[in-house]
Write a protein that binds this ligand. Structure first.
Ligand SMILES: [Zn+2]
Ligand SMILES: [Zn+2]
Length: 307
């Protein structure tokens, strides 16, 4: 299916409620808050705005302890792909209708990301990701997978989750305080072990061919923030590394009902997060600058010596 770009970068700048200067991505035809046909409504229903907002300081990267500096990907090369993905999500042409609908319901919205890459033959390739799970699924065709093997994840997670649910039921059903306490201690210990075992599945790679467990980038006692490694940025970089794709740029935006803490709004671009991504992206992007310089250098023709 052809991708129709309904959006263009406009030159105008405007102040948002937060007071930050924004570059506004405007739809050339539709008014803000455009009419979108809801698959569940007979009449056209006003669902959400079609305007995108991008802050000037968007950054996708982190500090690299090896090089003692920041490694980051620029946003601009991926802007067109991002606005195109946004339009496809708006038009319900990408996800099952119920999945798009759910992003505006109780489950609320989600971060989506795109990356412009170059393959070994020099062709551009766009890859896309959703943060965490979408519609309860880790794997959706056309989207990059998580950093771990989903079968191994399920093998660890499913039986333990069941066990924790049974424990919760037992806690609620018992009136004996001592028994309750013992069950609670067991539940906490099991949840902790489960988290540790799940975190072990996250192995990070970089463009120098190095690898490190994700846990080593976080405070040993405080542990990892929830969802670390499941954001779009690490998923996209990880996939690019596996497929020998050279990242050129990336962009992440929020789609759906605003999050509970009201920090993310529909149609707004956001930088990679400080809690989960900043500590790991510097490592993951290490070696990319050198690789890109190599890829853009004209291939030397070496004459074979004549004996
Ligand atoms: Zn993140
Ligand atoms: Zn580095």
């Amino acid at each position: 299916m052809d991708i129709v770009l309904n959006y263009r970068l406009s030159d105008c700048e405007k102040k948002t409620e937060s007071g930050l200067a924004c570059q506004v991505l405007e739809d050339s035809k539709l008014p803000e808050g455009g009419i979108t046909l809801s698959p569940f409504a007979r009449k056209p229903k006003l669902l959400y705005g079609r305007t995108m907002f991008a802050h000037r300081e968007l950054q996708y990267g982190g500090y690299c302890q090896e090089c003692c500096r920041q490694h980051a990907l620029p946003v601009q090369p991926a802007m067109e792909a991002a606005t195109s993905l946004f339009a496809q999500l708006q038009d319900n042409s990408l996800l099952p209708p119920f999945a798009t609908e759910a992003l505006f319901g109780e489950a609320r919205g989600k971060m989506f990301g795109v990356m412009l890459t170059q393959n070994t033959t020099g062709e551009h390739q766009i890859i896309k990701a959703f943060s965490g799970q979408l519609n309860g699924e880790w794997l959706i065709p056309g989207w990059v997978p998580p950093l771990f093997d989903v079968n191994i994840f399920n093998g660890i997670n499913t039986p333990e989750e069941k066990r924790v649910k049974v424990l919760s039921k037992q806690i609620n059903n018992t009136y004996c305080k001592d028994e309750q306490l013992a069950l609670k201690i067991e539940r906490r210990a099991r949840s902790r072990t489960l988290m540790k075992n799940i975190h072990r599945l996250y192995l990070l790679h970089n463009f120098r061919g190095e690898q490190r467990p994700m846990a080593s980038f976080f405070h040993a006692k405080k542990g990892m923030p929830t969802g670390a490694g499941d954001c779009c940025a690490p998923k996209l970089i990880h996939y690019a590394l596996q497929r020998e794709l050279i990242p050129i740029g990336m962009a992440e935006f929020y789609f759906g009902r605003e999050n509970k803490s009201k920090t993310k709004q529909h149609g707004h671009f956001y930088s990679s997060c400080d809690s989960g991504c900043a500590p790991i992206l510097g490592f993951m992007l290490c070696g990319l600058e050198e690789l890109r310089a190599d890829a853009s250098r004209p291939k030397q023709v070496i004459d074979s010596p004549i004996h």
